[in-house]
Design a protein around this ligand. Sequence first.
Ligand code: I3P
Length: 126
Amino acid sequence: KEVIPPLEQLMVEKEGYLQKAKIADGGKKIRKNWSSSWIVLSSRKLEFYKESKQQALSNAKSGHKPESVDLCGAHIEWAKEKSSRKNVFQITTVSGNEFLLQSDIDFIILDWFHAIKNAIDRLPRD
Ligand code: I3P
């Protein structure tokens, strides 16, 4: 059966490539592994695609799901001490997933930080 998502979830606020590393899953630390990810921000969530946008779109048609992050109650903070790389921030979800996001380009990472922070601040905390 077809599930129709609420309109707000269809509204993309920002999308682009960043370096991503997941460092905890459900509160449990996992081995850091940086990779390039196509990231899509909508009002309630972030989606991480492993592939290019083109590939992601064709995979989406075949029912393949990206990793999705619920931003309700999530935290975002700069995380200078979590990496040797520059321009790293961390997102921590209510479910205890932790992601580092990074770009070498200052304005790109700043734009993302503020876009995600604004999305989180607009959402209810639970
Ligand atoms: C990790 C890899 C990461 C590095 C991490 C290393 O080694 O070099 O790039 O994180 O450092 O442990 P491995 O591939 O053997 O797992 P940064 O690039 O963010 O510094 P860390 O352990 O200090 O997080």
